[in-house]
Design a protein around this ligand. Structure first.
Ligand SMILES: NC(=O)c1ccc[n+]([C@@H]2O[C@H](COP(=O)([O-])OP(=O)(O)OC[C@H]3O[C@@H](n4cnc5c(N)ncnc54)[C@H](O)[C@@H]3O)[C@@H](O)[C@H]2O)c1
Length: 337
């Protein structure tokens, strides 16, 4: 994409300085081509924690209002890491005021807002990327390269599940801030990677959810259909005795591709027509050379393309919103693409 910054370091601001943002402050600081120029959080404690825990951030100007930050610090890009339902208004304000955006997952809590952000991106020519880090992992790039591209023929069944002992603490348990429970939180990663790695585009969903004593969904059972006579299921188990774990399988015409584990433990097994399973060496597809923050910075320098464009945020928002609509209406819901 065309360079938005040249001849100097990219000026990055953080909007939201909580647990997730802190690790990304380090990652931006380590880069030679970018600098953190401002940090905003509505919580004084979050601001002081960031400055104390990351000494390099101690001298960075702090703000409690993101509008003031944008007016005074004039960043090139903002990394937005705040409660889910606030993503849209802050990202829209940044784009409207000339600031590119890397927004954490989920990009928005409904497809209409996702489309409005995409229209702003297109009108301004700014960068809009989403914080789904799995797109940078070689193993998931391998799955996409082979499943979405049809190496084993078209997909006709998908099964995906995720478990985590998820408590919905803090804003995560408040629907007005979280926009939903575990489906919208860790489950957002599962939705994204299932859709991205398989290329499947569900047209209709039917779902059951239980809150299990919380104000938001903790467990979900989702069924969906997709074009050319495909169907699939997804389970989000936010109440589990184990640590976080995941599994996903894609039944294609010529093989079954099974993916187990998360992060560094992800492994792929290929089941060939004779029924035998073969562990796959996915190293033919390497990790992307930079992480999501590096990709964002390099896009601003005109040296890269977004690896998680807003279209991925729209896909998850459309799928997730259809699930919640199905649960509310006790009926199948069409996905609003
Ligand atoms: N990609 C990942 O793997 C990953 C991991 C964890 C969290 N996240 C995402 O990061 C985001 C933040 O999660 P977290 O775990 O850091 O939560 P957190 O509670 O630790 O931090 C959120 C911060 O946002 C601040 N905030 C709220 N409203 C604000 C506003 N209007 N302006 C500025 N700051 C505001 C809060 O005071 C808080 O400090 C969420 O979108 C979450 O889903 C992504």
């Amino acid at each position: 994409m065309p360079a938005l910054v040249s001849g100097r370091k990219v000026r990055i601001a953080f909007i939201g300085a909580g647990g997730n943002a802190r690790s990304h402050m380090r990652s931006v600081h380590r880069r030679g081509d970018a600098e953190v120029v401002a940090i905003c959080d509505t919580s004084a404690k979050a601001l002081s924690d960031a400055a104390e825990r990351i000494p390099e951030m101690a001298a960075v100007p702090q703000f409690t209002d993101y509008r003031r930050l944008i007016a005074e610090a004039r960043p090139d890009g903002a990394i937005i890491s705040i409660p889910h339902t606030l993503h849209y208004e802050v990202a829209a304000y940044a784009l409207e005021n000339g600031v590119s955006v890397e927004v954490e997952k989920p990009m928005t809590c409904n497809p209409g807002d996702a489309r409005k952000l995409m229209a702003l991106r297109d009108r301004t020519g700014l960068v809009l990327s989403v914080g789904y880090q799995r797109h940078y992992q070689g193993v998931w790039r391998w799955v996409r390269q082979h499943v979405a591209s049809g190496t084993y023929g078209p997909v006709h069944f998908v099964e995906a599940w995720q478990c985590q002992n998820w408590g919905g603490g803090g804003w995560r348990g408040v629907p007005e801030l979280s926009g939903g429970g575990q489906l919208n939180d860790s489950g957002s990663h599962l939705c994204d990677i299932m859709l991205w790695a398989s290329g499947v585009r569900p047209s209709e969903v039917f779902a059951f959810q239980e809150n299990r004593g919380l104000a938001v969904d903790r467990i979900s059972a989702i069924a969906f259909r997709f074009p050319d006579a495909g169907v699939g299921t997804m389970g989000i188990i936010g109440e589990s005795t184990r640590g976080m774990d995941e599994g996903m399988q894609f039944w294609c015409r010529d093989a079954r591709v099974r993916v187990d584990g998360i992060d560094s433990t992800v492994r792929v097994t290929l089941y060939t027509p004779d029924g035998t399973g073969h562990p796959v060496d996915t190293s033919e597809v390497p990790d992307y050379p930079v992480d999501k923050d590096g990709n964002f910075v390099r896009c601003l320098l005109g040296a890269d393309e977004p690896q998680v464009p807003a279209e991925c945020g729209l896909a998850v928002a459309a799928f997730t919103e259809a699930v919640y609509r199905s649960v509310r209406t006790h009926a199948p819901a069409e996905v609003d693409w």
